[in-house]
Design a protein around this ligand. Sequence first.
Ligand code: PLP
Length: 307
Amino acid sequence: MSEAKPDFSKGAAYINGQYVPISEAKIPVGDWGFTHSDVTYDVVHVTDGGFFRLEDHLTRFHRSLEGYRLDPGVTREEMRQILGKVVALSGLKDAFVAMVSTRGVPRVYGSRDPADCENTFIAYAVPWVDVIKPDVQERGAHLLVAQVPRISQNSLDPTLKNYMWRDFTRGMFEAKDKGFDTAILLDSEGYLTEGAGFNVFIVKDNKVITPDRGALRGITRLAVLDICPELGLEPIVGPITFEELMDADEVFTTTTAGGVMPCARVNERIYGNDRPGPISAKIKETYWRKHKEGWHMTPVNYADADN
Ligand code: PLP
């Protein structure tokens, strides 16, 4: 009797050199990725069967690996193939595709030397998810500037993608307690940084401004900076104070898992008519239209599932 085919319908993963259903992708409790949050990752999305800005995500991932001194021994070309294969196996046309490298388990039991660890490479594709739910995006998200400051970028480089979310998680609890959708954080000098899984933009006149500090260099942020000139808007990467945030015409957030997500409120401030602002809506519409036109898209080869 032939063995039953694995069920990849809820997602497919690559771990320990093998392709497995997502429910079987597990890391050992001794992995420093778990015990010390010693892990980096990146997430690229697939829409209509194509990766968006795959090469930009791979470049950022390699920068994060170098920054963390992680070497999982997998080439960029191999990563490209593995990412394509997990999507092909899942059969998903709209997916959230992660590449992860953990420090791993020390080769010598009990070692405290990170150089003793066997670094891992894990990849997986799961169905698309939105960081801010679609109905909330529709009405415009309500953001709270949390009391907790973003961890200093001198301690944790926010441009290297990481899972050290203690500050964000505290902020999210505070936001939910106070009836907001999610939180954004200022740094200890009072400048706007980012939120739990997204970058932030403000719109003032025809200027579209995103923080120059304390934040990941988001790939969706990059896409917005690229789109602005064709809409007659001036993209700016610069410092944003709390007062400037409150005085903005519009606010929106950006992420791979959601795209351009307009906001309607920050703290007690209500922007425009308490709905997504017109410039945010235009940028969002342009972002998705360009996806449909194939902008920066790399088609997934679904036949790879059988190879
Ligand atoms: N900021 C943080 C902390 C993130 O985790 C993410 C994405 O996960 C972003 C910003 C948005 O980056 P990107 O547009 O590349 O998804």
